[in-house]
Ligand binder design. Sequence first.
Ligand code: B12
Length: 482
Amino acid sequence: MTMRVALVTPPYHSGVVETAGRWPNVAFVYMAGALRAAGFEPVIYDAMTMGHTLSDIAGELERIRPDIVVTSAYTPSYPKSVDLLRIAKEVVPGVATGIGGVHAHFMYEEVLTRDGDVVDFVLRGEGDVTLPELVRCLDAKDDPAKVAGIAFMRDGAVHATPARAFVADLDTLQTAWDLVDWSIYQFFPKPDTNLAVVSSSRGCDQACSFCSQQAFWMRKWRARSAEHFVNELQMLHERYGVGVMMLSDETPTLDRQRWERILDLLIERDLGLDLLMETRVDDILRDEDIMERYRAAGIDHIYVGVERTDQATLDMFKKNTEVQMGKRALDLINAQDIITETSLVLGLPDDTPETIQATFDLAVHYDPDLAFFLTIAPWPYADIYEDLKPHIVSWDYEDYNLVAPVVKPKAMEVDELMKLVIDCYRNFYMGKLKRVPSMSRVKREYFMITMKLLMENSYLRQHMGGLGKMPTEVDSLFKRYL
Ligand code: B12
């Protein structure tokens, strides 16, 4: 009998990005593709997006009866990933368990020492080759010590095998899009079509000190060919009715030649797709002469991480950008009527009410359509960690979600910080609302829908008291434009 492998997302919710949509897990699509190509039977079960509780998960796993259950963990989702594996052990006797993703990769010793009773294997780095190899090994009852890129307990000690090299050619990877339950994935501002998360490249060549991704991908960037990628988008559109796609890439634009080719192919094929993406400020400045092609290709929404608006902090973050560059990049995108989104990181040890106000003022001056005021999360493996560690006030990883306060500024109480964060949100969006009538139709529609979603956001309401009571003029804007 072939090995059945359940890939299950943890039931973790921070309520912020989930406000905008329900997103599939593209890493599981790749790993399921690789498992199937190796002759095994993968099942993708996105418990997170389905809003399932641990008891729902227990029932579902009893039904699936997997031989192996694996899950993924970034830092805030880690505790729930462990809960999920514990449930799996309880309801499926003899099941083997594994965990991958950025948190598990870096923290494998802590994972196995603390939670080795329910975590059999940590799969480090990229999972596409490691997971099928581990399954093959377990199927053959061979020695897992022969599988590169994993860690497990042996004779009471953590045993880590040598690291696995990255996949050399991303175009060779298999996918299992047919295992995705498309009915659950939707981008709420565009509810009439299915939503996919797609990956055109992996990694980033930067060294931002607060970020986990550059460290995980070892500052290496690899990309699929433009043709291979756009063929996949076309297939998703034609076969699965996907009209909105989010690029999971850290920096899809890094290679200008490839990026231009992607834009040209999308323009040529005219699929009517809406693409949401993240990129770096300096790539937007580089692409000033082709910004119209972004719009023509269907790029609908660009997130650029401005992070901070004073140069000293940007330098401390090793962001490798200058303050004025952020403003210029946002202007260029706005000029194309593409939705601009940015995030500002608050709650650093040296923050004071004045520095937060200054960051807020500059955010207003930058004028993105959407701004997120995030509290810094001290990922224990990020370069900035040692500087933040003396100021950490919560050791519960679930709080490390960029929303809850985890670091206490020297000159402020945490409650005061959170009050100022919520003030930033309220003042930013109330200021924007006043300008709704003069926004373009595209921006106005998008903005009003997002505002409504944000105001109804359960996490913001519960943890930060919400954005406050809606003034009557806001109410009338909703009535007029929604
Ligand atoms: C898509 C995405 C999501 C989706 C997840 C959808 C889902 N159904 O699971 C959504 C939008 C729901 C989401 C939510 C959040 N996210 Co998110 N998300 C991403 C994003 C943009 C892309 C991830 C991705 O698909 N990458 C492409 C794939 C191919 O790479 P990968 O996921 O790393 O997987 C590879 C390896 O890591 C490894 N691997 C991963 N998992 C596993 C599992 C096994 C078993 C194995 C073997 C290997 C393995 O193999 C994979 C393939 O090689 C990343 C940023 C980024 N650019 O990576 C942030 C990111 C992962 N998210 C992050 C955060 C903080 C959050 C939120 C807390 C944000 C918030 N405040 O709301 C929430 C938490 C979840 C929730 N429900 O509230 C952080 C995590 C930081 C950290 N170090 O912990 C990231 C890195 C963004 C950032 N730069 O800070 N997210």
